[in-house]
Design a protein around this ligand. Structure first.
Ligand code: SF4
Ligand code: F3S
Length: 106
């Protein structure tokens, strides 16, 4: 499965949702997640993310492992998103910053 990681937080560019053939992205206030049971591992979304926040679970960096559980948990409660929208206003400023997990809004 593919996993959305920390650098999506406070950016939420949403380019990813347009290419997903099974519409398995779910949207929170400042982050998106992938439903692990719905993702078919097509890999189409990975290169679309301007923040390079999407990884295959197999290639997930060591410091992003907790996002496996975060994607699984929040994809059960957040609404589905299938159409691109404007990024968050502060997206460019926050792209690439570390320590964004503490700003995740649920
Ligand atoms: Fe959707 Fe494919 Fe990305 Fe999985 S890998 S979330 S199926 S676009
Ligand atoms: Fe987030 Fe990248 Fe999609 S920033 S919303 S994973 S395009």
């Amino acid at each position: 499965t593919f996993v959305v990681t920390e650098n999506c937080i406070r950016c939420k560019y949403t380019d990813c949702v347009e290419v997903c053939p099974v519409d398995c992205f779910y949207e929170g206030p400042n982050f998106l997640v992938i439903h692990p049971d719905e993702c078919i591992d097509c890999a189409l979304c990975e290169p679309e993310c301007p923040a390079e926040a999407i990884f295959s679970e197999d290639e997930l960096p060591d410091n992003q492992q907790e996002f496996i559980e975060i994607n699984a948990e929040l994809s059960e409660v957040w609404p589905n998103i299938t159409e691109k929208k404007d990024p968050l206003p502060e997206a460019e400023e926050w792209d690439g910053k570390s320590g964004k997990l503490e700003y995740l809004e649920r």
